[in-house]
Design a protein around this ligand. Structure first.
Ligand SMILES: CC(=O)SCCNC(=O)CCNC(=O)[C@H](O)C(C)(C)COP(=O)(O)OP(=O)(O)OC[C@H]1O[C@@H](n2cnc3c(N)ncnc32)[C@H](O)[C@@H]1OP(=O)(O)O
Length: 401
């Protein structure tokens, strides 16, 4: 096998990396017109390449952008949002991704970023690198003809349409001011740039709706209407909906259901705990068509991540095993009074990937114990662990990257 050289990409190499990633996803390279805009979504210093030491060719790439992740209790920790992972089709299954992941985790560790997160194209790829499914989401189809709002649903405030020239000035600030669930992240300027690039490329116009509450704009939705084969009526694809209040949630749905020439609304990536079906006199007007893994979380600095979130109930000694980042391996006394390393015997033992799965409250420790991902020792420890790691809100990210 050829030797691999792994290093940060130089600015002039980013376009090749973009082409490689897009080819790995079976997409066309960006045009000369598209590239100068797309390039602005790359955060300097966060772009990695693996090269063939003999030919100097780029074989694989991965990148990330900086964000903050909201953890249970409401605190935030720095997060690396990993994306753009691809290996040339003629060089797969020879350890290129493994090399990228090793270099990326080392880089995050060196820069003291306690967590990384990603959306995976396939479920088999990232577990071996310590990532675990930390948030889940569901896909919905709302039948506009059946969907009648119940009388007690909040009226909501005024909704205002924005075009794609004004939305970039307004939405980032509104999102930044919203309260965030565990699992949600800040949206960097790099993220917003990628978003506007993608939205400008769609065949149908993208509509942005702003919801105004009593204290100003407190929610927004983005959609486009597709598939108008029969006459003028089509399917609304809800691309994003962020509501900072019950009024905003109800008001935005009320608006969406009132849009003419739409017979159904489809939404992917919605939170598990979002009560869309309960808006309607007939809850079956909203069909849940899929539930899927949303984000995969990697805890880079376990003690820092554990100390950042809130805990309830009795303290517990947790033993973590991390084959890639040795400083995470060890036992920690975890409880409402804090987190500290300990030599005491553990009552809950798990790998760093399983810890990521229960960290935001997406899974219960007892559920993972049932499938062998967590080992529990002692009577009552399942209930104790479920209480300790439990969260009030179901975690959700809601920011695709
Ligand atoms: C966050 C994101 O950007 S998600 C986007 C991910 N990218 C894609 O899906 C694009 C298409 N796929 C690819 O580019 C590549 O196949 C990648 C990046 C998924 C994997 O790259 P590779 O260089 O082949 O991975 P590498 O050789 O390091 O594999 C490591 C191990 O994972 C396994 N593996 C990696 N990818 C896959 C896969 N898609 N299916 C099954 N097993 C896989 C390998 O078999 C290997 O196992 P082993 O250690 O037991 O032999």
């Amino acid at each position: 096998m050829t030797d691999l050289v792994t290093r940060a990409l130089r600015p002039q190499e980013l376009r090749t990396a973009s082409g490689l990633f897009r080819a790995a996803l079976h997409a066309k390279p960006l045009s000369d017109e598209e590239w100068p805009v797309a390039e602005q979504a790359y955060q300097p210093g966060r772009n990695l390449g693996v090269f063939d030491s003999g030919t100097g060719e780029l074989l694989g790439t991965a990148r990330s952008t900086d964000a903050d992740l909201t953890v249970p209790g409401g605190a935030t920790v720095p997060l690396a949002a990993v994306t753009g992972v691809g290996v040339r089709a003629d060089r797969t299954r020879r350890g290129v991704l493994t090399e990228l992941m090793r270099a990326q985790l080392d880089d995050f560790s060196r820069r003291a970023v306690p967590a990384a997160s990603l959306y995976a194209t396939e479920g088999v790829i990232y577990g071996r690198f310590g990532y675990g499914v930390a948030t889940l989401s569901r896909s919905l189809t709302v039948n506009s003809r059946l969907a009648r709002l119940r009388p007690e649903v909040p009226a909501g405030g005024e909704c205002e349409l924005l075009d794609l020239d004004t939305a970039p000035e307004r939405l980032p600030g509104i999102y930044a001011d919203m309260a965030r669930l565990p699992g949600m992240m800040t949206r960097s300027s790099y993220w917003w740039r990628s978003m506007w690039i993608a939205l400008r490329k769609t065949d149908e116009p993208v509509v942005t709706v702003l919801h105004h509450g009593p204290h100003g704009a407190d929610g927004f939705a983005l959609y486009r209407v597709v598939g108008k084969q029969s006459g003028f009526v089509g399917t609304m694809r809800l691309l994003d909906l962020q509501a900072g209040s019950a009024e905003a949630f109800a008001g935005l749905w009320r608006f969406l259901l009132g849009v003419d020439l739409v017979d159904e609304i489809r939404a992917d990536g919605r939170p598990l705990g979002e009560p869309v079906e309960l808006l309607f006199t007939d809850p079956r007007a909203c069909e849940v068509t899929a539930t899927a893994d949303e984000t995969w979380l990697r805890l880079i600095d376990v003690p820092t991540a554990l100390a950042a979130r809130s805990w309830e109930g009795e303290p517990l000694v947790v033993e973590v095993n991390d084959p890639m980042l040795a400083s995470n391996t060890g036992s920690f006394l975890v409880g409402p009074d804090g987190v500290e390393r300990t030599d005491s015997a553990p009552r809950l033992r798990l790998g760093v990937d399983a810890l990521a799965m229960i960290y935001l409250g997406g899974w219960r420790p007892s559920a993972l114990a049932r499938v062998g991902r967590v080992r529990l020792a002692g009577e009552g420890v399942a209930e104790q662990a479920d209480r300790l790691f439990g969260t009030r809100a179901t975690p959700w990210c809601g920011t695709f990257f």
